[in-house]
Design a protein around this ligand. Structure first.
Ligand code: NAD
Length: 306
């Protein structure tokens, strides 16, 4: 039988491209035939490209979308659902990479590494007397969202710091908690008030936008660290700047920003305050790119070949 034709919307890991060539008829960006994807595509594979409602509506033959990674907020899921177009993402595959970055950002924030390294590279000598750090041993990790990444972060923090864990996730079924050695928070405030490190792992939706704003920051301990590796906008960035400046919390580490990649014009204020910021690199390891790309390609091909 004919191999399915896959319109590939981004650059993928070389091993994924090899796999696609072997098992399908891939049309990569740059191929002259790629320009016809709206009219022709039945199957498309995306990594970070957007698929808007206009795209979906101008694709009469589209049946399924393979998406490398978990977050599908760049794909208009409602438009796909209306047309019965399936979306195959790859939950869990990048959890370890993102959770390791949670640890990295937490440690860098606790010891002021972002501020120190950037000042030194500007040629400023940083006397150690001006560097004040925090110990993380036996601190409490507070998780908002206890899916694949939240669970992995809990495991890593327990191993690294003998941390205790409190988590808030009202959508996780009650029986799922019995396997987890963590305190289950009935309300989000229990996490905000008691945790030393507060890390968000929820999708960005209308109800999670600005989930952590000034009001929530006011409830936190003065030594609290906020980590956002989920999506920009879940932690209110303007409020964060005020909270760090006022000393309401210790600091923050952000991999996800409302504006990406983060520019100095927009984020210089937070950076001056020592907020550690990375340009959405949670899944940016070679191994993770290969594994998540492969998982998306395999799921899409399994569907396409029935
Ligand atoms: P997941 O779907 O496994 O877990 C999300 C959890 O959030 C679920 O258990 C859900 O019940 C819970 N949840 C939803 N709304 C909530 C709310 N209002 N309050 C509390 N809990 C809520 O997803 P995951 O794999 O753990 O990923 C989490 C997020 O991380 C993704 O949605 C994505 O946006 C982000 N992400 C970022 C990167 C990166 O490169 N930085 C990479 C992968 C994923």
């Amino acid at each position: 039988f004919d191999k399915p034709t896959i319109y590939v919307m981004d650059k993928f890991h070389p091993k994924v491209e090899e796999y696609l060539k072997e098992h399908s008829n891939p049309i990569f960006p740059g191929d002259p035939k790629h320009g016809q994807w709206h009219q022709k595509a039945q199957y498309i594979l995306v990594r970070s490209a957007h698929l808007t409602v206009d795209d979906v509506e101008s694709c009469p033959r589209l049946l399924a979308v393979g998406k490398q990674g978990v977050g599908t907020d760049k794909i208009d899921a409602a438009a796909c659902k209306k047309r019965g177009i399936r979306i195959f993402n790859t939950p869990g595959v990048n959890a370890r990479a993102v959770a390791e970055l949670v640890l990295t950002l937490t440690m860098a924030t606790a010891r002021g590494v972002g501020r120190i390294v950037s000042r030194q590279s500007e040629g400023v000598l940083v006397p150690k007397e001006t560097c004040k750090g925090l110990i993380l041993h036996k601190r409490k990790l507070g998780l908002i969202g206890m899916g694949n990444i939240g669970k992995m972060a809990a495991q890593i923090f327990r191993g690294a710091f003998e941390a205790t864990v409190i988590a808030y996730d009202p959508y996780l079924p009650a029986d799922a908690w019995s396997d987890l050695p963590h305190e289950r928070a009935g309300i989000i405030e229990d996490v905000l008030r008691t945790a030393d490190v507060i890390s968000v792992h929820v999708p960005l939706t209308e109800s999670t936008r600005n989930l952590i704003s000034y009001e929530q920051m006011k409830m936190m301990k003065p030594d609290a660290i906020i980590i956002n590796t989920a999506r920009g906008g879940i932690v209110n960035e303007a409020d964060l700047e005020v909270a760090v400046r006022e000393g309401l919390i210790w600091g923050a580490g952000l991999d996800c920003h409302e504006q990406e990649p983060p520019s100095k014009e927009k984020y210089g204020g937070l950076w001056d305050l020592g907020v550690v910021s990375t340009p959405h690199i949670g899944a940016a390891t070679d191994q993770t790119q290969m594994e998540t790309g492969m998982a998306a390609a395999q799921k899409l091909l399994a569907f396409a070949t029935g």
